[in-house]
Design a protein around this ligand. Structure first.
Ligand code: KG4
Ligand code: ZN
Length: 357
């Protein structure tokens, strides 16, 4: 029997999240979506420290799950299944979510669905929020149709895939070194800005000139659908060394942020449009923390409208782009394959490319 209500758990990196989601004819509805993150610790140490993240998650997992049930106003009897992020991610963090889900599934006697976090990100596009500001189009169809090109841009991954249907996809390309989010985070660190770098760079970029510094766009003209961002990081490092710390004024930092953001966005837009044109596909779905970037959203929409006017782009609202359990639950509805609860193991090495069909 297909589930109607799923309790989902996500703990792959720094966030501890639990959500209750409901399947409807129009898409997945969020009944609750609780996210706890150790943002203070990240800011202090300039990133996620795995042991600290796991320790904080161990403390927050049960209260977060309880709050998700309370906020959704449901009890354990109402839950049809449990979904959990199996990987990829930090092993200590994954274990906390996976082992908690296994215990609950066993004690409550519920089916347990393991979800690949990377696939999960894409399912933020199948969530209907009902909020006017979240409507990504004026058209009546609210969820993507197949086939579609998927661009995943997160802190650890940058991948392009072609979805034929739910769970069936072809890997088209990905980063050969740093991920797009990592490029934001690492260049922010070079500029002395706090973690996570993406939102900070994006905010400062609003006051900067994106043409002030010409930064490289590695592999932008390579015929393939792969990415590379480490050269950009090196170029920013060299530029900062040349300028010297006394020249790093507020204005210079804003200009550098705008130039970095534009370089990253240019690369992502070019390769995504290329993928959609090469495979003649008119639906594009974007996912991952970097999809919360407004410039990326605007540039991708503008370019696609010019180059392939019939194409339709789906980008989740920013709060559903970054890690949260709601999309893990959504993914489980459309890929409902419960496994033996006691046998599911956290797998930090899951990827998208291994399902190469
Ligand atoms: O998907 P996510 O929450 O976690 C992973 O699964 O990695 O992505 C986190 C990444 C970080 O690198 C962060 O800097 C980036 O997403 N990010 C952004 C923005 N918001 C988050 N990058 C650019 N612009 C943003 N507004
Ligand atoms: Zn993620």
């Amino acid at each position: 029997m297909k589930p109607n209500i799923i309790l989902a758990i996500e703990s792959s990196c720094d966030e501890t999240s639990a959500a209750v989601v409901q399947n409807t004819d129009d898409g997945v509805k969020i009944l609750s979506n609780i996210i706890a993150s150790s943002a203070d610790l990240q800011a202090k140490y300039g990133g996620v420290v795995p042991e600290q993240a796991a320790r904080a998650q161990l403390e927050s997992i049960i209260p977060v799950i309880q709050e998700s049930l309370d906020q959704a106003k449901i009890s354990k009897e109402d839950i049809d299944a449990i979904a959990v992020t199996q990987g990829p991610g930090l092993i200590g963090s994954l274990l906390i979510g996976v082992e908690s889900a296994k215990v609950l599934a066993t004690v409550w006697d519920k089916p347990l669905v393991p979800v690949n976090h990377l696939i999960g990100h894409f399912y933020a596009n199948w969530i209907v929020t009902g909020r006017p500001e979240d409507q990504n189009s004026q058209e009546s169809e609210n969820t993507p149709k197949f086939p579609c090109i998927g661009l995943l841009v997160s802190g650890g991954h940058t991948d392009l895939v072609l979805f034929e249907s739910h769970g069936e996809y072809k890997y088209l390309g990905g980063t050969r070194d740093d991920a797009a989010g990592e490029a934001f985070d690492k260049t922010a660190r070079l500029l002395g800005l706090p973690y996570p770098g993406g939102p900070v760079i994006s905010k400062l970029a609003e006051k900067g000139n994106p043409k002030a510094y010409h930064l490289p766009r590695p592999m932008i003209d390579s015929g393939d659908l792969d990415f590379s961002f480490s050269g950009l990081k090196t170029a920013v490092f060299n530029l900062i060394s040349e300028l010297g710390s006394e020249k790093l004024t507020e204005k210079t930092i804003a200009d550098l942020c705008a130039s970095i953001e534009e370089a990253i966005v240019d690369i992502l837009v070019r390769k995504t449009v290329r993928a959609s044109q090469r495979y003649n596909i008119e639906q594009i779905i974007v996912a991952g923390g970097v999809a919360a970037n407004r410039k990326l959203t605007e540039e991708l929409t503008k370019t696609v409208q010019t180059k392939t006017p019939r194409a339709r782009i789906f980008i989740p609202p920013p709060r559903l782009c970054t890690d949260n359990a709601a999309y893990i639950g959504a993914a489980a509805f459309y890929n409902y394959y419960p496994e033996d609860s006691l046998k599911i193991q956290a797998n930090p090495n899951l990827s998208l490319s291994k399902n190469d069909s």
